[in-house]
Ligand binder design. Sequence first.
Ligand SMILES: [Fe+2]
Length: 358
Amino acid sequence: MTKPRPAAAAVPPSHNLAPARRDFYQEIAPAHLAPLWEVLGALVTPEPRSVLKPHRWRYADIRPYLLKSAELITAKEAERRVLVLENPALPGQSCITRSLYAGLQVILPGEIAPPHRHTQTALRFVIEGKGAYTGVGGERTPMHQGDFVITPSWAWHDHGSHGDGPTVWLDVLDIPMLQFFEASFREGSDSDEARPEERPQGDSLARYGSNLLPVEGGHGHAGSPVFNYPYDRTRAALEQMRKREEWSPWHGLKMKYVNPVNGDYAIPTIATFIQLLPKGFETRPYRSTDSTVYVCVEGKGRTTIGDQVFDWGPRDVFVVPSWMRHRHEPEADSVLFSASDRGVQEKLGLWREAKEKA
Ligand SMILES: [Fe+2]
């Protein structure tokens, strides 16, 4: 039988151990060890403490820069001619939130952004212009203002324009998430030309977006097989639903874009939403753990985020950091598109919200 060891003597609180601790930290550093007790409070916080800053990008300010970029580099040379929307708290890190990348992409008439594919999933929310298209897996879809277009993970895609002016869309990708997982793969094409059309235009929407599903065969990737959610259909649905005048005090009338095969978010990694806020409505203060990127599609108003007020109009983009109290005040009937990592957080049991009464 071994005798139980006596408990270690408690360190007297008056004893100054700071120099000895510093020496100890230096001693263990070469062994790639570090004391948790020095960082625990910052790692495991009582509630989210976002490093992000709320911010709004006015489209009127950005558009001249987009056009200037088009004078400096072709879509083909750039591969994707995009100005990245960087969160002001994270310059140089190519992200608008900790989990999402966003940028504004411009394409001119006759240009082609050549085919490639990557494991990052992208959404395109069309901001301006007519006559552009996105090709996904051999099907081309026209891009109209307000359309929500998806390029799924590892699907070949390209963009082009037959229009007579610039087309601009907001790209949102899960790039930071894939960086975190170190799971990025990318493949270019041998050709700079657009991939040939192999399926008729509108095929995916007809096949999967008409309250019908094929009885045989799958579509081969995790997200929605519908890759264009046209704005005219979305807007008409919102207009029909508003007749009941059932407004959420926190969201107005807010709907999520879904994968018609399983009812999940249309993109596994990026939850997307559309919401209608009637003129004069004021949402109650709201917080959630998903930092969110908003685009004003129609209308005008302002959003108070923390203690800052950001007014917005059509085509403006703004970002609300995780767990930051915010409220919307539309001055006209307004439609907001938004994107976040809520779907991922929900799947992991992490997502939380706080709805305040006033
Ligand atoms: Fe791409």
